[in-house]
Design a protein around this ligand. Structure first.
Ligand code: MG
Length: 388
């Protein structure tokens, strides 16, 4: 097997919504296609990747640093010696040549985007769904679930949005088959957010629960004011109350708030996760971590994160990756994670799962198709066909 070409494209996310910190109207997404000479069912294997919402496209890093290193490498350096197929772990090592430790940021996003495309190609070449390939390589012997728990992340601040529009949005998610939902907080004063939270709780059925997400907006004092207000409700979790890298403030909030805290979607490396485990004061049996593999160097970094977390008493089922797409769905199944995020009706066509696997009772079935399953999400397949 040989990689014959790698192409990169950049498209607008085209979603005019806001959380407490950013608006998504100008957000862009990188798309990657990895072409190979491996023929399966009469067609050469092509692997596809993109990155999760919330970070901008990485065209420069991909085109000027990462791809030239892959092109300069020998074919053997990119392959699994045993199977002769692409080895995404080896590809990542080549892509990261001459990169210093630390300073992860956008580089982690660029590598993660490339990683998704490499795993899609590797799984297609092996004729396996990605979750099974990952399971067999990294977690052999562990049970594979038939479905993965997903929750609907929405409740953004929209221009002209009022409480009844928010209620309608949440009802729509329930009608799609979701049970638990998440809404944004921190983009309005506390009393207005309390009104929004109560409006959503008013319409949730008994078997549905609500999570709230402040997107890292608060300092300690405001985070604790919100924590005191949120103690009144039975929430799934209180997400990113403070700066994602401020471990001491996390610890201070965790010492006051008795509910579940969630964070991690902006931790992009194993060293940041290690620092959170060491210094963040989070409670391994209670709190939730949300690292997103395609924003943080991909699968092999995520495996290292799980190892570090295990050493600090965290089990994989406390992880619920940010991102809401098929790559993280496969990773959630392969590693026995607690579930994963989903963004119904926003961040399309990147968000969501295969057309033939609708959400049922808050669960989504795993795809049978080889690879990530992008070809089984028609709007996303069409966009890849249009770009490449
Ligand atoms: Mg979040």
């Amino acid at each position: 097997m040989r990689i014959t070409d790698i192409k990169v494209s950049e498209v607008p996310l085209d979603t005019d919504i806001s959380n407490a910190v950013i608006n998504f109207a100008k957000m862009t997404v990188s798309m990657v296609a990895v072409y190979t000479d491996k023929v399966v069912d009469g067609e050469p294997v092509v692997g596809y990747g993109f990155h999760s919402n919330g970070r901008y496209a990485q065209s420069g890093l991909l085109e000027t640093r990462l791809l030239p290193r892959l092109k300069a490498a020998s074919n053997e350096e990119l392959l699994d010696a045993e199977t002769g197929l692409i080895d995404p772990v080896a590809v990542r090592q080549v892509a990261m040549r001459n990169e210093k430790p630390g300073g992860h940021g956008d580089r982690a996003v660029a590598v993660g985007t490339l990683d998704m495309a490499m795993w899609d190609a590797a799984a297609k070449a092996a004729g396996q769904p990605l979750y099974r390939l990952l399971h067999d390589r990294f977690s052999p012997g562990a049970p594979i679930p038939e479905t993965v728990s997903v929750y609907a992340a929405g409740g953004y601040y929209r221009d002209g949005g009022d409480v009844s529009a928010l209620q309608q949005e949440i009802k729509d998610y329930l009608s799609l088959g979701y049970k638990d939902v998440k809404m944004k907080i921190g983009g309005a004063p506390l009393d207005a957010d309390v009104e929004r939270i109560e409006a959503v709780l008013d319409i949730l059925p008994d078997d549905s629960r609500l999570a709230v997400d402040a997107n890292g907006r608060f300092g300690l004092r405001t985070a604790l004011d919100y924590a005191a207000a949120l103690e009144n409700y039975d929430l799934v979790w209180y997400e990113e109350p403070c700066d994602p890298l401020d471990y001491q403030t996390h610890a201070a909030i965790a010492s006051e708030y008795s509910g579940v805290l969630a964070t991690g979607e902006n931790l992009f490396s194993v060293s940041e996760v290690r620092n959170m485990a060491r210094h963040g004061g989070l409670r391994p049996g209670q709190d939730v971590l949300q690292m997103d593999p395609c924003l943080s160097y991909g699968v092999s970094e995520f495996v290292s994160m799980l190892e570090v977390l295990d050493a600090h008493g965290w089990k994989p089922d406390r992880c619920y990756p940010h991102g809401g797409h098929q790559y993280n769905l496969s990773i959630s199944a392969a590693f026995g994670l607690g579930g994963c995020e989903s963004y119904p009706r926003v961040f399309e066509p990147f968000g969501g799962f295969a057309d033939e696997t609708p959400i049922t009772n808050g669960q989504v079935r795993l795809p049978d198709a080889p690879g990530i399953g992008i070809e089984h999400k028609s709007a996303l397949r069409d966009l890849f066909n249009q770009q490449f």
